[in-house]
Design a protein around this ligand. Structure first.
Ligand code: ATP
Length: 247
């Protein structure tokens, strides 16, 4: 185990997960520094969701090692998971609860004292431009604002790694752009590493690095510009298609 001070925010070392004969995650290794924004780009079936399930501790890898802030997921899952925030692909707010009710529920699960939680909720909602919606039922919010609340919830316990699993699914282009902008501006300020899974090439151009995942393997781990240049392509989409073939 690396000490937390020197550790990458996230480390994967030769991680493998199989379903019968399918190698959904096939020897994946990479690391993310605090504040780094990494886009995990892969076509349907590439293994993104399986990888996120392993990172979230829902499954244990067949082999390989995952560390979050130097904490080994297998040996020390509680401190490792305490440093992790997740926004799932499927919406997960309780629509009958208010915005604050949803956030307080999550704070309770993380053992955050109510007085601390109230202060953090106010601060997060202000940062996300949702102060005026604190007492609205989640059902009354637009899709974009629900996603913002899910982001506030994922940040409430002050994680150092944020997993965003196809977080823009169902959002209109303006809301998609807003969500990305928010993440780009907050990640360094909060020293949170962001792992942004997507199959949309236009969402990765502002990332620090792009990891291309295909059939469970890392095909490339480069800057967006490096990805395009090394493939001899003109755009990320062209480079991506050259690597992964027609879908
Ligand atoms: P998508 O964008 O379509 O969600 P993905 O990149 O998230 O795709 P995964 O859902 O992780 O990919 O799937 C990777 C591979 O593992 C696929 O071949 C899929 O069919 C297979 N797979 C995923 N979950 C299971 C499961 N529970 N049982 C059997 N095979 C599975």
């Amino acid at each position: 185990m690396t000490s937390e001070r020197d550790a990458p925010a996230l480390l994967l070392d030769k991680v493998v997960k199989t379903y019968g004969s399918i190698r959904a995650v096939d020897g994946v290794s990479f690391s993310a520094a605090p504040g780094e924004f990494i886009a995990l780009l892969g076509p349907n079936g590439a293994g993104k969701t399986t990888l996120f399930q392993l990172l979230a501790g829902l499954f244990v890898p067949d082999s390989g090692r995952i560390e979050i802030m130097g904490q080994d997921m297998r040996r020390n899952p509680v401190p490792a998971l305490a440093k992790l925030g997740i926004v799932f692909q499927q919406p997960t707010l309780d629509l009958e609860l208010t915005v604050t009710g949803n956030l307080l529920f999550h704070a309770g699960l993380h053992g955050i004292p109510r007085s601390v939680a109230i202060n953090r909720i106010e601060a997060e909602l202000a940062r996300l431009g949702l102060s005026g919606r604190a007492h609205d039922k989640a059902a009354k919010l637009s899709g974009g604002n629900r996603r913002r609340v899910e982001l506030a919830r994922a940040l409430l316990h002050e994680p150092r790694v944020l997993l965003m699993d196809e977080a823009t699914v169902g959002l209109d282009p303006a809301s998609r752009g807003d969500l990305l902008k928010l993440l780009f501006s907050m990640r360094r300020e909060r020293a949170v590493a962001v792992l942004w899974a997507t199959h949309l090439c236009d969402e990765v151009s502002g990332a620090d690095r792009v990891i291309v995942l295909h059939h469970g393997k890392v095909l490339a781990d480069k800057t967006p510009a490096g990805l395009v240049a090394d493939a001899g392509a003109h755009t990320i989409e062209e480079a991506f298609l050259m690597m992964t073939g027609p879908q």
